[in-house]
Design a protein around this ligand. Structure first.
Ligand code: GLC
Length: 477
């Protein structure tokens, strides 16, 4: 079976979040299990891509509804250690910028348009394949118009029978485009225009849910949540429910391996406690905290969706209550949160410290050297960080939502199988209580050790998830 994944991100070439991790891992495991899976993303001007030799495998142009042709090329990079073929669509003037969705000066204003071009270029290229893919797997709204384009655009008519799978990694972004932008789309049958529309706009996410042969999201709980809360798409999700399903992500156990991880100052040999302690020591070079007390870490985008706006109030309340704990934060995001965290660094020096940047290497050390990982997400389709944390012996503290609900069993309710601490309400008080429970566990070092040992042995590898996708593909092909 030949599958082409179409995405905005793919680790290690271009990653802004979990989407990149998944698209950089799933195809690797698919190739290992006999599916010929390739990935295509836009060619950004990012370091990994810039330094890579590539070979042009196609050059041509796609035609927009206004009759204008737009030139582009597709380049392939050597397989390296990726484990799958990776292609870049090079569209001059669109993606040759130093960021995926934005750069140092902010979010790009033309993201929706750029990804429409990307999708057309991909299909124009696929048209020329001697052997067509058996299935197109689209990820998030950046490739959400493809299921529509293959069915209803005469230019891509030859692809109309290829099954399409659409995976929602993050339903918060819908890729809505004003109707007066329609001339940049490929020409489509006018009677199909209703499929493009949702709430008065061209809406890529809604269009994908309507047109894809199957819709998946990255956990069962998130799938159910979308039917009740998805920023206006609820009724659509319910209408399309029979073709929707949740498939939990895995983690790349080769990248996230405490015994092999080259980012870590100290790798795991046999002694888990030594591994944790030595990596905790290594964190001292970067952060200020009290070594004898537990470290609670937040890693990720500093945005409301991830619960980052709960952090300042939570940290104040916990530290003001006198609980002897430390907070470390790594990430970038909203400017007001950067300000609030800088202030906390100052007020609670030695107890709370934040590095406000994206830093993959430091993230790995934090997973290894922390005691607890905080994920107070408002929305969490799957969440990978809790799984990375578990593998590195760091106990997650999560809000009971989406994939967090599906992966973190509460230690209080199930002491024998528990993996972390959960809280239900998106409030400082609820999160504070969970931290207090975690602190109590930390005081009991033999319990703490046995929980650590147990969670590190859990299997979240991709094999299982890849198998679920395989069954879905088989149903469609
Ligand atoms: C998005 C979601 C996250 C999920 C990831 C990979 O980043 O926010 O929860 O784990 O996609 O599917």
């Amino acid at each position: 079976m030949r599958v082409l994944h179409i995405s905005a991100e793919c680790y290690p070439a271009a990653k802004a979040g979990g989407l990149g991790d998944v698209v950089g891992a799933l195809p690797k495991y698919q190739n290992q299990s006999g599916i010929a899976a390739g990935v295509v993303i836009p060619k950004y001007d990012l370091p990994w891509i810039r330094n890579r030799p590539t070979e042009v495998v196609y050059s041509g142009a796609f035609r927009m509804a206004n009759g204008v042709y737009y030139p582009f090329a597709v380049e392939q990079t050597g397989m390296d250690n990726l484990g799958f073929p990776l292609f870049f669509v090079n569209i001059p003037g669109q993606f040759d910028r130093q960021g995926i969705y934005g750069d140092a000066s902010g979010w790009f204003g033309d993201n929706e348009e750029r990804f429409v071009f990307f999708q057309q270029a991909v299909l124009q290229w696929v048209l020329q394949f001697a052997e067509k893919p058996d299935l197109l797997h689209c990820h998030d709204h950046h490739s959400g118009l493809i299921p529509f384009m293959v069915k209803y655009c005469p230019d891509y008519h030859l692809l109309k029978d290829i099954p399409t799978v659409f995976t929602i990694h993050n339903g918060e972004y819908q890729g809505a485009l004003h109707w007066d932008k329609y001339p940049i789309l490929p020409a489509f049958y006018p009677e199909a225009s209703g499929l493009l529309e949702w709430n008065g706009n061209i809406n890529s996410l809604a269009c994908a849910i309507k047109c894809a042969w199957a819709v998946t999201t990255v956990s069962q709980s998130y799938m159910e949540e979308l039917a009740y809360t998805s920023n206006g798409l609820e009724s659509l999700i319910r209408d399309e429910w029979p073709k929707c399903r949740g498939i939990l992500n895995g983690i790349d156990a080769q990248v996230w391996d405490p015994q092999q991880d080259s980012y870590l100052p100290v790798r795991l040999a046999t002694d888990v406690d030594a591994f944790k302690q030595e990596n905790k020591n290594a964190l001292f070079s970067r952060f200020q905290f009290q070594e004898q007390d537990p470290v609670f870490t937040f890693i990720g985008r500093l945005v409301r969706e991830k619960g980052a706006d709960l952090l300042p109030g939570l940290i104040r309340q916990v530290l003001d209550s006198g609980l002897a704990v430390n907070f470390l934060i790594l990430g970038t995001g909203e400017a007001d949160l950067h300000d609030a965290l800088r202030e906390l660094n100052w007020v609670y020096r030695g107890r709370c410290d934040a590095v406000l940047e994206y830093n993959e290497a430091l993230a790995h050390t934090l997973y290894a050297g922390s005691d607890f990982l905080l994920m107070p997400s408002l929305v969490e389709p799957c969440g990978l960080n809790q799984m990375y944390a578990l593998r590195y012996g760091t106990i997650p503290i999560v809000r009971t939502v989406g994939g967090l609900k599906d992966t973190v069993i509460d230690l209080g309710a199930f002491p024998e199988e528990g993996r972390g601490f959960r809280f239900d309400h998106f409030t400082v008080d609820d999160a504070h209580h969970a931290i207090w429970r975690a602190y109590s566990l930390y005081q009991d070092s033999s319990q703490m050790k046995s929980v650590r040992k147990r969670i590190m042995a859990e299997d979240f590898s991709w094999e299982k998830a890849a198998n679920n996708y395989f069954h879905l593909y088989q149903e469609l092909v």
